[in-house]
Write a protein that binds this ligand. Structure first.
Ligand code: SAM
Length: 189
């Protein structure tokens, strides 16, 4: 087993994906961006699995497709140029894992970013698609006012989830300041 390094919220997210996903699983990347998470999920589900990835920006699809092709994994993914709030139209249950990396596409227009009303809708759908023991992974970036607001709304949403149905774990780097990125895990029972 690889050494466990406590590095960042994204690292925790990747560790959780690695623990949950098996060859042949179906996973969703709800925020495709530059495709790094899509690539990770494609590796984990293997050539018998499938990854559905969503983004509202054509540039994100192009960047992700290029990255997947570079690694010979484009056949493992279905890329949707569509808001994640419409995930239910494209992805049938059961799904083993849904990943959200909130915020904006690095290196692009910061105005195109995730927004709570659609994130909330997508989270509702994601949780309804999960199989038993399936996992939803969310990284949130409170280092700017919109990200902080997103974190507050996300936390209120998570605190209201019924504990009989979901176990919810918040990973917070407690010595890195209030603005440090966080990773939240929601597991369906
Ligand atoms: C932080 S980036 C994701 C990073 C990405 N996972 C990666 O590995 O590079 C957030 C992405 O969410 C996308 N986004 C914003 N609103 C969205 C929505 N309603 N549905 C899907 N994606 C959305 C943005 O376009 C942006 O590319």
């Amino acid at each position: 087993m690889d050494e466990f390094i406590l590095r960042s919220a994204r690292h925790i997210a990747a560790e959780a994906c690695g623990r949950v996903l098996k060859k042949g699983d179906v996973a969703v990347d709800a925020t495709m961006g530059n495709g790094h998470d899509t690539l990770l999920l494609c590796r984990l589900v293997g050539d018998t699995g499938k990854v559905h990835a969503f983004d509202v920006q054509r540039q994100a699809l192009e960047n992700t497709l290029a990255l997947l092709r570079q690694h010979g994994m484009e056949n493992r993914a279905v890329l949707h140029l569509m808001g994640h709030e419409r995930m239910g139209e494209m992805v049938p249950p059961p799904v083993k894992l849904v990943m959200f990396n909130l915020g904006w596409l690095p290196g692009s227009d910061k105005k195109v970013r995730t927004a709570w009303p659609t994130t909330r809708q997508a989270l509702d759908t994601a949780l309804s698609l999960l199989c038993p023991n399936g996992l939803c992974v969310v990284c949130v970036y409170p280092g700017h006012p919109e990200g902080e607001e997103e974190r507050q709304q996300l936390l209120a949403y998570l605190q209201a989830l019924p504990p009989q149905q979901y176990n919810v774990l918040r990973h917070q780097f407690v010595n890195a300041g209030e603005q440090a990125p966080e990773c939240v895990l929601i597991q369906r029972q």
